[in-house]
Design a protein around this ligand. Structure first.
Ligand SMILES: C[S@@+](CC[C@H](N)C(=O)[O-])C[C@H]1O[C@@H](n2cnc3c(N)ncnc32)[C@H](O)[C@@H]1O
Length: 216
């Protein structure tokens, strides 16, 4: 079987157990995730996919804020999904988790009303970003929405310099399109309309942007 190639949550597998703590202390994680969920405008009965859910913090917050939504989390890393599963059990939350190969999403076309994703796209090289966005577009229903929180090109020189810390850590190739501010264009080219940067958060690792868009 083809081996999955991906960058784990904190680049090195041995750092995975520290992911939640590190993200929580190094950036306004809750604030960013709350805003992402708010922008997603989730309604009762909506089907929501958390793409690259990692330890499922965003999935759990989504379910807490929208108990009547059906939330699914997907990731390529089984090890991190085991951590997510434990958190979901502790919280007694009702979230469906699954792993996949990083290529075709294992869902029928039009399965989701919303796709949300936080801090995932800077882990994907430009070709993988295109594949992921095309697949996300396919699994969204007509007029379904995609909401992404990830690093983007800041107008602040200091924030652009700080992003080099993440670039050095996660790799210059996967973070290239983020650093150049090309994510909105890639989203648009994958079949989305009204791509808009809704919010910008300054962090100690560069600017995290919330990008919202609707399936064309
Ligand atoms: C920095 S972590 C973010 C996790 C979580 N979304 C959060 O905000 O805490 C990036 C996650 O993306 C996942 N990932 C990497 N490549 C992926 C792909 N092609 N499809 C889905 N998830 C992927 C990693 O396994 C990891 O869990």
């Amino acid at each position: 079987m083809k081996e999955k190639k991906y960058i784990p949550a904190l680049r090195f597998r041995w750092l995975t157990p520290f992911y939640d703590t590190l993200v929580n202390i190094t950036m306004p994680e809750k604030k960013i995730k709350m805003e992402l969920i708010r922008q997603a405008d989730i309604a009762t009965g909506h089907t929501v996919l958390d793409f690259g859910c990692g330890t499922a913090t965003l999935s759990i917050m989504t379910k807490q804020m929208h108990p009547n939504a059906r939330v699914t989390g997907i990731d390529v890393d089984r090890k991190i999904l085991n951590r997510a599963l434990n958190k979901i059990k502790e919280q007694k939350s009702d979230i469906f988790l699954l792993d996949y190969t990083g290529e075709k999403l294992p869902f029928k076309s039009g399965s989701f009303d919303r796709v949300i994703s936080s801090l995932v796209f800077h882990h994907l090289d430009t070709e993988s970003k295109k594949i992921a966005l095309t697949e996300i577009c396919r699994v969204l229903s007509n007029n379904g929405q995609l909401h992404i929180a990830d690093f983007g090109r800041s107008e602040s020189r200091v924030q652009r310099i700080l992003f080099n810390i993440i670039r050095g850590f996660d790799g210059f190739k996967p973070t290239d399109a983020n650093a150049k501010g090309l994510l909105p264009e890639l989203i648009s080219n994958a079949g989305f309309k009204n791509v808009e940067i809704k919010k910008r958060f300054k962090t100690m690792f560069g600017e995290v942007q919330i990008i919202s868009t609707t399936k064309n």
